[in-house]
Design a protein around this ligand. Structure first.
Ligand code: C2E
Ligand code: CA
Ligand code: CA
Ligand code: CA
Length: 287
């Protein structure tokens, strides 16, 4: 089946309904949708920029609403966070990612896919069952803990004592943590000291237009400076990096020059269904 484009997505905030009203409606609908199995995951490759090989995969949630069609996570994740439904939804995302990644590893071998990365909301980290849920998702799927990377959005909330304890427990379990949207938060540097992160994901806003040269664009020059500082910091702390939102080959080349070796973005692969991702792994094996 052909992927539906962004143009077909329902954006509730734009026109028609008032945002608050639309969100209330969404919140009530989410629980029903989860029980009805209307959520699915799509998979976006994380790629070695030097070889073009897949090194990992990020799992992204989609809601296929029976009448509204594809609803963007930009609309339903905030609603799910407000209603608390992000906890059971996130649990499903975690279990489904582990199940699918274990199936791919079984079929294609340990070299084919280094890691699988679901997104985790801060709300989930406050759920007292979270660590047990991760443990169970790994045990039930058979996915080795070091194949799982939990993506957490950089936020001051991550520095709370209780959350840090949870993160250290996960770290001790062998699960890796990635700081998502790195560089956009208020406290990137101090956060890195307390947080047992293994990966930092350079936010797309620093990759946009990074290929443009400094004399033409001061903003691009600033982006390059941030991108360079982030990779140097990561190297110094022994962290891996992923550059997000890469949309053309010029960006790949610029990022390689700055010291990035791993990236993600439409140019390297759009988020696709599990079937299409399987086809890509098959194709890679045959090359
Ligand atoms: P994110 O974690 O930063 O994910 C990256 C987003 O950028 C995804 O949007 C992805 O489709 C999009 N993207 C990737 N490459 C490119 C590119 O080259 N150009 C452009 N323009 N966009 C690109 P998506 O799938 O719409 O997800 C949006 C956000 O919703 C995610 O941002 C994440 O914060 C959240 N999200 C998605 N799924 C989940 C989930 O299962 N749980 C939680 N808690 N949040 C989720
Ligand atoms: Ca992410
Ligand atoms: Ca991100
Ligand atoms: Ca984001």
């Amino acid at each position: 089946a052909k992927q539906r484009g962004k143009a077909n997505w329902v954006r509730f905030a734009a026109g028609m309904e008032k945002p608050a009203q639309a969100h209330a409606q969404l919140g009530g609908d989410l629980r029903r949708a989860l029980n009805a199995g209307e959520f699915k995951l799509v998979y976006q490759p994380i790629v070695d920029l030097r070889t073009g090989r897949i090194t990992g995969v990020e799992a992204l949630a989609r809601w296929i609403h029976p009448e509204r069609g594809m609803v963007s996570p930009a609309d339903f994740i905030p609603a799910a966070e407000r209603s608390g439904l992000i906890v059971p939804l996130g649990r499903w995302v975690l279990r489904e990612t582990c199940r699918q990644a274990a199936a791919w590893l079984e079929r294609f071998g340990p070299e084919a896919l280094e890691k699988a990365a679901p997104n985790v909301s801060i709300r989930q980290l406050h759920d007292p069952d979270f660590v047990a849920d991760v443990r169970a998702a790994l045990a039930d799927s058979g996915l080795p803990p070091n194949r799982l990377v939990l993506e957490l959005t950089e936020s001051a909330v991550l520095r709370g004592h209780q959350v840090l304890r949870v993160l250290h427990e996960l770290h001790e379990m062998g699960v890796r943590l990635a700081l998502d949207d790195f560089g956009t938060g208020e406290s990137s540097l101090s956060l890195l000291r307390a947080f047992p992160a293994a990966v930092v994901k350079l936010d797309k806003s620093f990759v946009d237009n990074i290929e443009l040269d400094e004399p033409d664009s001061a903003a691009a020059g600033a982006r390059q400076a941030v991108a360079r500082a982030v990779v140097q910091l990561a190297d110094a702390l022994g962290l891996a990096t992923v550059a997000e939102g890469i949309e053309n080959q010029e960006q790949v080349e610029r990022l390689l020059k700055l010291g990035y070796t791993v990236g993600q973005g439409y140019h390297l692969g759009r988020p696709v269904s599990s079937e299409e991702f399987t086809a890509r792994l098959l194709d890679q094996r045959q090359r």
